[in-house]
Design a binder for this molecule. Structure first.
Ligand code: 5GP
Length: 187
């Protein structure tokens, strides 16, 4: 299982999209959220739901991790995993979620994505059309999240150039797949 995490605006989504093109056999989990869909955001970016339905699912044990995101006060969660046979699981979540996943699945590989600079992050967050107050709050939170993320991450990828960063990420996937294959085939 591969967990791509990092603050909002570091370009996790684009990076994960490119990784899926580069490496078949990865299955990206679709998260649930209580936030509203952004203008122009694909309908299947998340399962968009209300707080009541989200909490009912959480109580029934239907998430492997979930979290109230401090950046906007909404709930986000990874539903119980159902990858097709032969696929590795890929999650794109926040630091809190990554920590929960590592506890539950110690073999999970945690990859922290960071922006090349805080200016680039600010620009990316603003371009999504979120309100300025929310953008500021997420920028501040992101700094703390990055520092804490470095302590738990197995790898850190700087998203300076999408193609470069995606091939670095693909290399990380290859390395861990080879390791697991090596372990399984050892006498
Ligand atoms: P956004 O609203 O910008 O799509 O996402 C806000 C934050 O929630 C991002 O850091 C994103 O990675 C994170 N997130 C998305 N899905 C999940 C999830 O299933 N669980 C957790 N813990 N965080 C998530």
């Amino acid at each position: 299982m591969f967990v791509v995490f990092g603050a909002g605006g570091v370009g996790k989504g684009a990076l994960v999209g490119r990784l899926l093109e580069l490496r078949p056999g990865l299955w990206l989990s679709r998260s649930w959220t209580t936030r509203a869909r952004r203008p122009g955001e694909p309908e299947d970016a998340y399962v968009f739901t209300d707080r009541g339905s989200f909490l009912a699912r959480a109580e029934a044990g239907g998430f492997i991790e979930w979290n109230e995101f401090a950046g906007n006060g909404h709930f986000y969660g990874t539903p119980t995993l159902e990858p097709p046979p032969g696929h590795d699981v890929l999650l794109e979540i926040d630091l809190n979620g990554a920590r929960q996943v590592k506890k539950r699945y110690p073999g999970a590989v945690l990859v922290l994505v960071v922006a090349p600079s805080s200016e680039v992050r600010a620009q990316r967050l603003r371009s999504r059309g979120d309100e300025e107050a929310a953008v500021r709050r997420r920028l501040e939170l992101g700094e703390a999240e990055e520092a804490a993320g470095r302590l738990v991450a197995d790898h850190v990828v700087v998203n300076d150039d999408l193609q470069r960063a995606a091939s670095e990420l693909a290399g990380i996937v290859d390395m861990h797949r080879e390791r697991v294959a090596g372990t399984v085939s050892s006498p």
